[in-house]
Design a protein around this ligand. Structure first.
Ligand code: FES
Length: 583
C-alpha cells in the first residue's frame, strides 16, 4: 500500500486564531485586550501561529511532575520559529492516583482536551504527555480536532537500583510483592525498596504502558524521531522539547495535520513496533481508540495480522532485563524502526511530523548495544506481537502478550477457578483452603470497561500463596480486565464481550474446563452450545450501574475493549470549526 503524499499549504494564509484576534471589532479587542494583561505586545496578534502547549502537568501525576519546566523549552522553540506559545493546563489522568482506575478517565480527558483545542484560538498543539493515559487521551483529542499537533513526552525515569540490582517501575512492585507472599523477602526489605523504584522525574522506566505509548507516538509519526526513550532528566530531553516547539510552528504553516500522519500505514507501523519492543497490551486499546478518532478502519485482527511475525528484539523489562535508560543509550526506538524496515516490516513511506518519511528518519541510525537491542537470532521471542484469541469464551476477541508469558502454558487445558469480581478474588485468594493448584485456570469477571468501571489493571492477579510457596511463578489467568504494561505472566486479557455486558465470561463456573491454545489463537470453554446458551439466557448483571455523574456517562456509553473502549459518541473526527462568538 502506498502512503498518500503530502503537499504543504500555501503560506501566508489566515489561521483559525485570527477569528479571535484579527481586526478592530469589539470582539477582537476583547479577545486581544484581555490576553494583553499578560504583557503581550500588539504585534503578536498579527496572524502568526498560536501554539497551544497542552500540558498534563499535575502534582498528582508524578510521572509528569516536571512538565512545567519542560514547557518553557517548548515555548522557547515556538518563539524562535515565529509562533506565539500559550500554555494550557489540561486534564491529567494519573495512573498512580486515580480511582477506580485512570482508564475510566482517558475518554473524559480526551473529550476535555478536544474541546480545549477546538473552543480556543489554537492553530497548532504540542501535546505534553508522559504517564500512561496522558498520551492516548491527547492523541485522541488531536485526532478528533485534526488541528496540527505534535507529541513531546516527558521521558522515563532513570534506572532504579536496589542492593545492586536494577529495579523496574511496576515490574519489581509485582515481583517483590509475590516474593513477600512466598516468604522470600521481608516486609521491611520491601519498604526499603520503595524509594529505589522512582529515582528521578519521569514516567515508568520499564517498557510499560507509558514507554510503550511514547514509542507508539513515535512509530505513528506523531513525535520527532528519538522522542520516546530520552530520560526525563537528560539534557537532550530539554533539547527535544525545544526542537518540538520549533517544529510545530512550521507544521501549522504547512497545515500538516494528524489525519495526514496517522494513516492506516502509520497504525500498522505502530502495531509492528509494539511487537518489536515487547510493548504493553494496553496499546491495543489505545491504538484502536486513536484510529477510531481519526477515522482509520483498524481492528483487533489487524493486531494479530501485523504483529504475528514480529520478533521482540528490545531486551527491556518486563519481557527482558534492561530499562529505558539503557534503551536510550543503545539508540532507542529509531534503531528498532530501522530493523523493522530492513526486515520488510515497516511502511517506509509513512509521513512523520518532521515532514519526512519514517524511513528517512531512521535509515542511518546505529545500534550501540546489541545486548539491549538484540540481533534477530537472539530475539526474546520470534512471535512478539499481541496474540488475538477467539472462541466461544471470547467471540469478539481477547489478547495475550506472548513475550511476557510462560512457554509451557501457551497450550494449556485446565479447571476454572472463578472469581466473580475483584472483591471476591481478594477475599479468597490467600485462603489455603481454596481448591486450586498450578494446573487450574484463574478466571476473573466484571473488570471490563463497564464492569469495574473503567477496566482496571487487575488481570495479572497474583497467584495463591500456597502455589507461590511451591516455587511456581505463573498460572493461566483469564479476565476482561487489563494488565499493567509493567506486568508479566500467561494472562488472557480484554475478553470481549465483557462479563458486565453479558459476554460468555459471565457464565463460566468453577469446575468448567477451559482450553487455551495460543499458537492456534483459540480460547474455548468446554461446555456444549446448548448449555452455554441456557446459561446466558439465565444471566443477569450482578452489579448496579452508576445513575449519575461521569461514571454514569462512562458506563452508559463505553464500547468494548475490542474496539478501543471509547465512548460511542466521541468516535470520529469532528474537525475544528471556529463557531460563533457570543460576546
Ligand atoms: Fe505514570 Fe507508570 S505510573 S508512567
Amino acid at each position: 500500500m502506498t502512503a498518500k503524499t503530502f503537499t504543504p499549504a500555501p503560506w501566508p494564509r489566515r489561521l483559525r486564531s485570527q477569528e479571535w484576534y484579527a481586526g478592530q471589532s469589539r470582539d477582537a479587542i476583547y479577545h486581544r485586550g484581555w490576553l494583553k494583561n499578560q504583557g503581550y505586545p500588539h504585534d503578536l496578534f498579527d496572524g502568526r501561529p498560536v501554539i497551544g502547549i497542552m500540558n498534563t502537568w499535575s502534582d498528582l501525576t508524578p510521572c509528569n511532575g516536571h512538565l512545567r519546566e519542560l514547557a518553557e523549552k517548548v515555548k522557547a522553540g515556538v518563539w524562535e520559529a515565529g509562533g506565539f506559545p500559550v500554555e494550557v493546563p489540561v486534564f491529567s489522568a494519573s495512573e498512580s492516583t486515580f480511582r477506580p482506575t485512570a482508564m475510566m478517565f482517558r475518554n473524559l480527558a480526551a473529550m476535555a482536551v478536544e474541546e480545549a483545542m477546538r473552543g480556543q484560538p489554537i492553530d497548532g498543539a504540542v501535546l505534553m504527555v508522559g504517564c500512561d493515559k496522558t498520551t492516548p487521551s491527547l492523541l485522541m483529542a488531536a485526532a478528533s480536532t485534526d488541528i496540527p499537533s505534535i507529541v513531546v513526552s516527558g521521558g522515563p525515569m532513570l534506572n532504579g537500583y536496589f542492593r545492586g540490582e536494577r529495579v523496574g517501575s511496576g515490574t519489581h512492585l509485582w515481583k517483590f510483592s509475590e516474593a513477600v507472599k512466598a516468604g522470600e523477602m521481608t516486609q521491611d526489605e520491601f519498604l526499603e525498596a520503595e524509594q529505589s523504584m522512582s529515582r528521578s522525574s519521569g514516567s515508568c522506566n520499564t517498557m510499560g504502558t507509558a514507554s510503550t505509548m511514547a514509542s507508539m507516538a513515535e512509530a505513528l509519526g506523531m513525535a520527532l524521531s528519538g522522542n520516546a526513550a530520552i530520560p526525563a532528566v537528560d539534557s537532550r530531553r530539554r533539547t527535544m522539547a525545544q526542537m518540538t516547539g520549533r517544529r510545530i510552528v512550521q507544521m501549522v504553516r504547512d497545515d500538516l495535520k494528524p489525519s495526514d500522519i496517522m494513516t492506516k500505514q502509520a497504525f500498522e507501523n505502530a502495531i509492528r513496533t509494539n511487537g518489536a519492543i515487547g510493548g504493553s497490551t494496553n496499546a491495543v486499546i489505545h491504538i484502536l481508540a486513536i484510529a477510531g478518532r481519526v477515522g482509520v478502519d483498524l481492528t483487533l485482527d489487524d493486531w494479530d495480522r501485523c504483529g504475528r511475525d514480529v520478533a521482540t528484539i528490545v531486551n527491556l523489562m518486563p519481557s527482558g532485563k534492561y530499562l529505558m535508560e539503557e534503551f536510550f543509550y543503545a539508540g532507542g526506538l529509531p534503531v528498532v524502526l530501522k530493523r523493522l524496515g530492513e526486515g520488510g516490516q515497516l511502511q517506509k513511506d509513512a509521513l512523520t511530523v518532521s515532514g519526512r518519511t519514517i524511513w528517512e528518519e531512521v535509515k542511518d541510525v546505529v545500534n550501540h548495544n546489541e545486548d539491549v537491542i538484540l540481533p534477530l537470532e537472539k530475539a526474546l521471542t520470534t512471535q512478539g506481537g499481541i496474540a488475538v484469541l477467539k472462541g466461544n469464551l471470547a467471540p469478539k476477541g481477547a489478547v495475550l502478550k506472548p513475550s511476557a508469558a510462560s512457554e509451557h502454558l501457551l497450550r494449556h487445558r485446565g479447571r476454572a477457578v472463578v472469581f466473580e469480581d475483584i472483591d471476591d478474588y481478594k477475599a479468597r485468594i490467600n485462603d489455603d483452603a481454596l481448591d486450586i493448584d498450578e494446573t487450574c485456570i484463574m478466571v476473573l469477571k466484571n473488570c471490563g470497561p463497564k464492569g469495574y468501571p473503567g477496566m482496571a489493571e487487575v488481570g495479572n492477579m497474583g497467584l495463591p500463596p500456597k502455589v507461590l510457596r511451591k516455587g511456581i511463578t505463573d498460572m493461566v489467568r483469564i479476565s476482561d480486565a487489563r494488565m499493567s504494561g509493567t506486568a508479566y505472566g500467561t494472562v488472557v486479557l480484554h475478553t470481549s464481550p465483557e462479563a458486565a455486558a453479558g459476554g460468555p465470561l459471565a457464565v463460566v463456573r468453577t469446575g468448567d474446563i477451559i482450553e487455551l491454545d495460543v499458537p492456534n489463537r483459540r480460547l474455548h470453554l468446554e461446555v456444549s452450545d446448548d448449555e452455554l446458551a441456557a446459561r446466558l439466557a439465565d444471566w443477569a448483571p450482578v452489579h448496579e450501574q452508576s445513575t449519575s455523574g461521569y461514571a454514569w456517562l462512562h458506563q452508559a456509553h463505553v464500547e468494548g475493549a475490542d474496539t478501543g473502549a471509547d465512548l460511542d459518541f466521541l468516535k470520529g473526527c469532528r474537525g475544528n470549526p471556529v463557531g460563533k462568538d457570543s460576546h
